[in-house]
Design a protein around this ligand. Sequence first.
Ligand SMILES: Nc1ncnc2c1ncn2[C@@H]1O[C@H](COP(=O)(O)OP(=O)(O)OP(=O)(O)O)[C@@H](O)[C@H]1O
Ligand SMILES: [Mg+2]
Length: 189
Amino acid sequence: MTTNGNGTKSDTILRIKDLKMYFPITRGIVFQRHVGDVKAVDSVTFDIKRGETLGLVGEIGCGKSTTGRAILQLYRPTAGSVEFEGTELTTLKGESLRKMRRNIQMIFQDPYASLNPRMTVGNIVGEPLEVHSILSGRARRDRVKELLEIVGLNPYFINRYPHEFSGGQRQRIGVARALAVQPNFIVCD
Ligand SMILES: Nc1ncnc2c1ncn2[C@@H]1O[C@H](COP(=O)(O)OP(=O)(O)OP(=O)(O)O)[C@@H](O)[C@H]1O
Ligand SMILES: [Mg+2]
């Protein structure tokens, strides 16, 4: 257990409180009426400590992926709080939200939908390093090759496109991409 003067507080990396994510149901073609909501996530509360792994288990369509997306603010939660390393994310915008994303990454459930088919594996895995201005040029390429090796893919495949890989291999491309920026927290959907 680490302490930095705040006692046990510093051990909690993520604090989710009363998280709600509702998707509106609308009727009508021109004038869309709000007739109800899909309550995908309805008052979820949990904490995760640094170094801890939490598994979220539940039946198909119960809201696991939506919870993950709402943590990363890929969906803006309907209500509730997402506190990451002491910062409230639900009110974070623009540059500060972008900077925070360096520390939280997501490995998406569907490797077919989550990888851009027009980008090479090298560019997909290297993109976070570019976006967050971590490495460029030769150094970035070397790091991408290293990441491919870490996830068990041949670095020789760096110029290939997602369709040239199997489903399992694509899942590994997503893992390499999430690991690229050495995040403090990963949502493995
Ligand atoms: N963008 C969206 N718009 C409307 N409804 C959505 C959206 N995303 C998810 N839902 C609905 O929210 C509910 C939860 O979906 P979610 O993908 O979070 O489930 P899940 O627990 O990850 O399921 P699975 O085990 O199949 O991955 C489902 O009823 C789904 O139809
Ligand atoms: Mg899911």
